[in-house]
Write a protein that binds this ligand. Structure first.
Ligand code: HEM
Length: 402
């Protein structure tokens, strides 16, 4: 499930609303591939997150060393519970990410953005002065550090951890990382976050990790293990996806200059760009695994009791039954744009307001500072990382000035 994501999405949709798919390691699961059925299933209480519901897991058919275990069983957090337990684990985090709370982060996000743009400017000038080609990897220098800094500040993590976190998450999200390496990465991530939590216990800060710890001391809100898993999930989900939202929007605009012109002339909005990127080229292609507590018919197939289901967001975004004849086109004027790329139902992404704000600040600032921004390689040379869940380029080589 890597490589040609658009072709794969089309094949998945053509296979019907419920398609049998094979994950790395030969693990067979169902994928929901049409918008309407996904929307329905995402609020169906017969689909749960508890891995013990998975028949193949209970029968010992899924090795603990399965390379995707970190996504199927990421530790006790909002990802792995439903109902009241899920609300208990999600409430504090979701409260910290409401549109109003996130809006208060605007000045800081703007400051990080302009600092990164200054850095790009400076690099470009130096390279040009030295007679170099003026190519920069916009992903490494802009799209990566912006969300990584923002989520780190929210959770209270120092930027000195970023280089190591980058290496670890590169391996964690890749579908070609050997299973024993994935185990080692998960071990190291939990060790690293565990040390941060111990520090926060000694000297709490004005951050969400300290707030989660405080809540666990005040009552029985979150156990130590739950705070640890929540921190891991927040850092993982809070940077990887937003990187790709920014990268994919830049690529889409640079390869559709007529759409960029509409935004520049004010005929279309940056919000339109963001929502259309989320629909047309979503950062997460397939997430997250759920398990059926009883038989659930979907189209002319059935998710059997104890079987697993993933949501094929990549396929769903271009479902013509939902988005009409323009489903395959990148059209920033398309409205309403009711995509599902942040999920739906009780597990809908709590980070949506934050990633939307980051992109809303980053994109106009980038195109404002570098109006002649262009791809430094043909679009067909841009390569996706091999990953089942992420839709992420290795790098985004651009020319900042002509
Ligand atoms: C859940 C996508 C940004 C934290 C989800 C889900 C999707 C998603 C599709 C639902 C998974 C499912 O139920 O199957 C995205 C995209 C993002 C983004 C496309 C950026 C463009 C963020 C950010 C954060 C975050 C910035 C943190 C600040 C989470 C968490 C969950 C989640 C904690 C689990 C919620 C739960 O299970 O109750 N995200 N996300 N995400 N996201 Fe995001």
């Amino acid at each position: 499930m890597v490589g040609d994501l658009v072709g794969e999405g089309a094949r998945l949709r053509a296979a019907g609303p419920l398609a049998p798919v094979e994950l790395p390691g030969g693990i067979r699961v169902w994928a929901v591939t049409h918008h309407a059925e996904a929307r329905r299933l995402l609020t169906d209480s017969r689909l749960v997150k508890d891995i013990e519901t998975w028949g193949a897991w209970r029968r010992g058919e899924i090795p603990r060393t399965w390379s995707m275990i970190g996504l199927a069983d990421p530790g006790p957090s909002m990802l792995t519970f439903d109902g009241a337990e899920h609300r208990r684990l999600r409430t504090l985090t979701a409260q910290a990410l409401t549109p109003r709370r996130v809006e208060s982060m605007r000045p800081r996000i703007e400051a990080i953005t302009s600092q990164l743009l200054d850095g790009l400017d400076e690099l470009d000038r130096r390279e040009r002065a030295a007679g170099a080609g003026g190519h920069v990897d916009l992903k490494a220098r802009f799209a990566y550090p912006l969300p990584m800094n923002v989520i780190s500040e929210l959770m209270g993590i120092g930027s000195d951890t970023h280089p190591r976190l980058r290496e670890l998450y590169d391996g964690f999200f890749s579908s070609v990382t050997p299973p024993d390496r994935v185990q080692a990465i998960m071990g190291e991530l939990f060790e690293l976050f565990g040390r941060i939590i111990e520090d926060k216990k000694r000297s709490p800060g004005d951050d969400l990790t300290s707030a989660l710890l405080q809540a666990s001391e005040d009552g029985d809100h979150l156990t130590g293990e739950e705070v640890l898993a929540t921190l891991q999930v927040m850092i993982a989900a809070g940077h990887e996806t937003t990187i790709s939202l920014i990268v994919n929007a830049v690529v889409a605009l640079l390869t559709h200059p007529e759409q960029l012109a509409l935004v520049r002339s004010g005929e279309a909005s940056w919000d339109g760009v963001i929502e259309e990127t989320l629909r047309w080229d979503p950062p997460t292609t397939h997430v997250l695994i759920r398990f059926a507590t009883e038989e659930i018919p979907v189209g002319d197939r059935v998710v059997g009791e104890g079987e697993a289901l993933i949501v094929a967001y990549g396929a769903i975004g271009r479902d013509e039954a939902q988005h009409g004849a323009r489903a395959q086109e990148f059209d920033v004027t398309g409205s309403p744009n009711r995509h599902l790329s942040f999920g739906h139902g009780p597990h809908v992404c709590p980070g949506a307001p934050l990633s939307r704000l980051e992109a809303r600040i980053a994109l106009p600032a980038l195109f404002g500072r570098f109006p002649d921004l262009s791809l430094a390689v043909p679009a067909s040379d841009l390569r996706n990382k091999p990953a089942v869940t992420q839709n992420e380029l290795y790098e985004l080589p651009v020319r900042l000035r002509p």
